[in-house]
Design a protein around this ligand. Structure first.
Ligand code: PLP
Length: 368
């Protein structure tokens, strides 16, 4: 029946576009000043507004989310192997490898999809923890904090998905020695390309700011080799416009995700959200019953004009260049069955109904 309907084409994602009129006004300010980058006023305004919106301090904007990870790892050193999750976008781990860090993959929890801490005594020293709030779902931040304090090691969160995600009513970005964000165009909030780090301590922010600005300290002295990770005024302007719209976008996305879950509840499994957190509806992941069904569903939906993404696949412990070899059975299982459905601000509830019905139709065929 549904196959007879006119084919709507749905990509898995569609970036939110900043309103051109408001964007132009910000650009006009930048042109007036002829100040296009190097910690300009728009970059400062976005920093201040993000800190206010998120209820955090020590936020540093950078040119993208991967650089935010590189910089956080630099600030905290971490000479011993770093405990991290295999269930994430490749950037979490590849940036560690690029920084020359040894990785130690832990497995994940089958319900939250987040890193589970090793419960037995570790046989090797751990230099730090890099955990991911997967799809924005808060990790067990208190247990991880305790783990870090006991071993006196830094806790870094790849919080790339976490704009709008809360824990006990406050931004989850308040947790960790550092939490990094991605403001890539595909993310729930973006600056086209961009990212940020929220540091717990002012000293760490100061060190990071020096490293990401060629190693120059405030007075122009150079003590460490640095690089350039600055966000331009054009990117900050896009963020300022989109931040004005963010609360509306967030509630709209939450409505869409709740609708998907309502319709698909008896058909697929969902990630279980932390009971103390509020879902920011950054993604719409579903779990097929087997890996084979997942692959077939991806194909069937694509034939029905619906884009999906096996996000995250494969489990990162299977990638040879990340030191493959360890086994992470839960992560490998979840990776093999996960599929993200279209979820973006331009979708309407009617679109979600169409897509969800197509998912049901495809699954009915596959399960016959
Ligand atoms: C998107 C993403 C990144 C990388 O961010 P970019 O801004 O694209 O460099 C890192 N980690 C996770 C979990 C992501 O989803």
């Amino acid at each position: 029946m549904s196959t007879m309907a006119p084919k709507a084409m749905y990509g898995v994602n569609k970036p939110l576009l900043p309103d051109l009129e408001r964007y132009g006004k910000y650009l006009a300010q930048a042109h007036e000043r002829a100040w296009l980058t190097n910690f300009g006023p728009l970059q400062q305004e976005l920093t201040d507004r993000l800190e206010a919106r998120l209820g955090v301090e020590n936020l540093l904007l950078v040119a993208n989310g991967s650089l935010a990870l590189h910089l956080a790892y630099r600030v905290f050193g971490m000479d011993d192997p770093v405990l991290t999750t295999p269930f994430s976008f490749v950037a979490t781990a590849s940036t560690l490898a690029w920084e020359g860090k040894a990785l130690r993959f832990g497995d994940i929890d089958p319900r939250s999809f987040n890193l589970s801490l090793p419960n037995n005594d570790l046989d090797e020293p751990i230099g730090g923890v890099v955990a991911v709030h997967v799809y924005g779902n808060p990790c067990d931040v208190e247990a991880i904090e305790h783990f870090g304090k006991e071993r006196r090691i830094p806790i870094i969160y790849d919080a790339a998905h976490c704009m709008g995600s809360t824990y006990d009513g406050e931004s989850v970005l308040r947790w960790g020695d550092a939490a990094t964000l991605s403001f890539h165009a595909t993310k729930v909030f973006h600056t086209v390309e961009g990212g940020a780090i929220v540091f717990r301590r002012k000293e760490d922010l100061a060190k990071a700011k020096q490293l990401m600005n060629f190693g120059l300290d405030g007075s122009g002295r150079m003590t460490d080799p640095g690089t350039n990770m600055k966000m331009s005024e054009y990117h900050a302007a896009a963020g300022l416009v989109l931040l004005e719209d963010f609360d509306e976008v967030l509630s709209h996305r939450r409505e869409l995700k709740a609708l998907y879950q309502d319709i698909l509840r008896d058909w697929v499994e969902f990630q279980v959200w932390h009971e103390r957190g509020e879902d920011n509806a950054a993604y719409m992941p579903i779990l097929a019953s087997t890996s084979r069904e997942c692959v077939a569903l991806e194909t069937a939906l694509s034939e029905r004009g619906i884009g999906t993404r096996r996000y995250f696949f494969p489990s990162l412990n299977r990638l040879p260049f990340l030191g493959a070899g360890v086994s992470c059975p839960v992560s490998e299982d979840i990776s093999s069955r996960i599929l993200c459905l279209p979820l973006y601000a331009d979708l309407q509830p009617a679109d979600v109904r169409i897509i969800a019905e197509e998912v049901k139709g495809a699954l009915t065929d596959l399960r016959r």
